[in-house]
Design a protein around this ligand. Structure first.
Ligand code: IMP
Ligand code: MG
Length: 194
């Protein structure tokens, strides 16, 4: 059984948050190496332009990039959709654009998680207008049950159930990104301060 880590609230925080490990770090690393091999098998000789969606994809992108052989370049884009909550508003806004043109390039969009698909649908629309040679999508996690938009990823690390996960780049209110494992976040009931 996965181990459970309990993060005690520091002082006046009103809920108890706990994280139960869902995918341990070793398994994440092994799978990313496998994804890199799949990508290179599909594009053995092409320069690959990895576009990371900030901030959730940073650890995934850096690990994936280092597992990829050959010519690889990086860029980043940022969108906002979630705010500080565990539920999506369905709205996507571009908050930081790419540094470089993607015209004529083989682009791999690198995302932490594919949930409703609204973010990816928006990004693919933006990117397709910029005439890349081709676009593929790599996501570490996929929650297929929650899908609203008609999008899919070409490379999926792990399919997961409909639970809110944190760690390895994924956050809850900007926290937990630095955990090396992916875990399920549980928000407990209010606790009385003694
Ligand atoms: P989508 O637009 O609903 O597919 O959501 C994509 C974005 O929502 C991801 O890039 C994450 O930033 C965020 N997100 C979705 N599910 C989770 C989760 O379980 N934990 C943390 N962030 C999530
Ligand atoms: Mg994200």
């Amino acid at each position: 059984m996965p181990k459970s880590t309990r993060y005690k609230p520091k002082s006046k925080r009103q809920t108890v948050e706990s994280v139960r490990t869902l995918i341990p770090r070793e398994q994440i690393q092994r799978r990313i190496a496998g994804m890199a091999r799949e990508i290179r098998r599909d594009f053995p000789l092409e320069p690959l332009h990895l576009v990371g969606v900030l901030k959730g994809s940073i650890f995934f992108l850096t690990d994936l990039a280092r597992e990829l052989s050959g010519d690889v370049s990086l860029d980043f884009i940022a969108v906002s959709s979630y705010g500080d909550r565990t539920h999506t508003s369905g709205e996507v806004k571009l908050t930081r654009d790419l540094d470089a043109s993607i015209e004529g390039r083989t682009v791999i969009v690198v995302e932490d998680i594919l949930d409703t698909g609204m973010t990816l649908q928006y990004l693919l629309r933006v990117f397709e207008q910029r005439k890349p040679r081709r676009i593929r999508v790599a996501v570490l996690l996929d929650k297929p049950e929650r899908r609203i938009a008609k999008v899919r990823a070409d490379y999926v690390g792990f399919k997961i159930p409909n639970e809110f996960v944190v760690g390895y780049g994924l956050d809850y209110a900007e926290r937990y990104r630095n955990l090396a494992d992916v875990g399920v976040l549980t928000l407990g009931a209010r606790v009385k301060k003694t």
